[in-house]
Design a protein around this ligand. Structure first.
Ligand SMILES: [Zn+2]
Length: 68
């Protein structure tokens, strides 16, 4: 099984909104916004350590304004 490689991906706690999840990227020093839902994403970074394999989104950050 090669799926184990995913265990090495960084996990970011997101602010969870109704339609989008947002987290603060420590590399870009800006927020990246993705469609709502936990799991693996292609990195929105223009460059940097997450670009090659992406990262994993998890709920648990500060709640986004107006969510739900
Ligand atoms: Zn980034």
């Amino acid at each position: 099984m090669t799926e184990a490689a995913r265990d090495d991906l960084p996990v970011f706690a997101c602010k969870t909104g109704s339609h989008t999840w947002t987290f603060w990227c420590p590399h870009c020093r800006i927020e990246h916004t993705h469609g709502a839902g936990a799991g693996h994403r292609v990195a929105h970074c223009a460059s940097g350590p997450y670009k090659a394999r992406g990262y994993v989104l998890a709920a648990g950050g500060e709640a986004a304004k107006g969510g739900q």
